[in-house]
Design a protein around this ligand. Structure first.
Ligand code: AN7
Length: 362
């Protein structure tokens, strides 16, 4: 036995450091980072089989980022740029994950952080995060879309940096997930599936895949499959949804800021965007946890629900293909939904008779 510790080679330094030359943001200051990124790409053979098999399925498990969602990739870039620009405070509207991420990275950077969230429509783990990281949390009697309109104006009227995904630095950070997928697979997948809310992420992925392809790093680009919740599906419907409603609160958005970019990405990739019902989202959410041991938040399962729907309805043919499904946030973000959907634990007396009865052993 060697008495020396085995050093892990080239420890991960976060997405900006790893992809520095490709990240179009300032180099004037060191990155504000929590070593986000480098998330696992988990093979999901049991899930693929349950969906009819005949294709390779991988889960990009973004819930393993420092604050539990993909938002950290964009936030490291937005916060680094804000520091370089001399900002003292940052602001965003959020369905929850952006708020938690902004709060953490602002804490890291020593900046004040203000987040606007829709009252009563933010999952417990996200609120807990935003509050714990020390952000000023303002709950509005309105939707995410109302909040976004307000913070856009606030950033014009006050010296406060906007860190929603209309901030271009956010997309620069978030596109690194596309790079990681290609770097792990040794090429681009045939399809990339993901939930769509404000449409920043689908736009960022497309930036990343296009860039790798244009530079000859990969030989092909994936087709994109976006999924919106049926009660909040403006891009699918082709019009703003005034009162979006869905159990998938992260994507409860009626007027996406990156609508145009998402539409372009869908068109350029020969992709497709579909609406999935809450029942379909929750079925996929339970399936990925119970067949693969991967716990994501309900919204994150929308992409998977989109695959299931496409295969069931016959407009999606994945035979022989390599498919990546992005699980955008961790299941622990929304413990209330997880518990509400499950059978409650049985409560027993602390003795063996009671236990053996539960084990159905007589
Ligand atoms: C888990 O936090 O919009 O289409 O304010 O939290 O890039 O908006 C969250 C969005 C998917 C949709 N999955 O991504 C916010 C927010 C999860 C999310 C999305 C979100 P975009």
């Amino acid at each position: 036995m060697s008495s020396q510790p085995t050093r892990i080679p080239a420890a991960w330094q976060g997405v900006i450091a790893h992809y520095r030359k490709r990240i179009q943001i300032t180099t004037a200051v060191p990155p504000v980072t929590l070593l986000e990124g480098n998330t696992p790409l988990i093979p999901a053979p049991a899930l693929a089989k349950s969906l009819g098999g005949e294709f390779e399925l991988y889960l990009k498990y973004e819930g393993l980022n420092p604050t539990g969602s993909f938002k950290d990739r964009g936030m490291t870039a937005a916060m680094t740029q804000a520091v370089a620009d001399g900002a003292r405070a940052v602001i965003c509207a959020s369905t929850g994950n952006t708020a938690a991420s902004a709060a953490a990275y602002a804490a890291r950077a020593g900046l004040k952080c203000v987040v606007l969230v829709p009252e009563g429509k933010i999952a417990a783990g996200k609120l807990a995060g935003a509050l714990s990281y020390g952000a000023q949390v303002i709950s509005i009697n309105g939707s995410f879309d109302d909040g976004l309109r307000m913070v856009r104006e606030a950033a014009q009227q006050a010296p406060i940096a906007l860190v929603n995904s209309i901030n271009p630095a956010r997309l620069q950070g978030q596109k690194t997930a596309a790079f990681e997928i290609c770097d792990v697979l040794g090429g681009a997948p045939d399809w990339l599936c993901l939930p769509v809310g404000n449409a920043g992420n689908i736009s960022a992925y497309w930036l990343g895949f296009k860039e790798y392809h244009a530079d000859g790093v990969v030989a092909s680009r994936p087709r994109l499959l976006g999924a919106q919740a049926a009660g909040a599906a403006p891009i699918v419907l082709g019009h703003v949804v005034e009162h979006p409603e869905t159990v998938a609160t992260a994507i409860r958005i009626g007027n996406p800021a990156r609508w145009h970019e998402a539409a372009t990405a869908l068109e350029e990739s020969d992709g497709h965007i579909c609406a999935v019902g809450d029942d379909e989202i929750l079925a996929a959410y339970r399936q990925v946890a119970q067949l693969e041991g991967v716990f994501c938040e309900p919204s994150s399962a929308a992409g998977l629900a989109g695959i299931a729907k496409g295969l069931r309805e016959g407009w999606l043919d994945l035979r022989g293909m390599r498919v990546v499904c992005v699980l955008t946030g961790h299941g622990l973000k929304d413990p209330d939904t997880a518990i509400r959907l499950s059978v409650a634990p049985s409560i027993i007396e602390p003795n063996m008779v009671a236990l053996m009865k539960q084990l159905k052993i007589t």
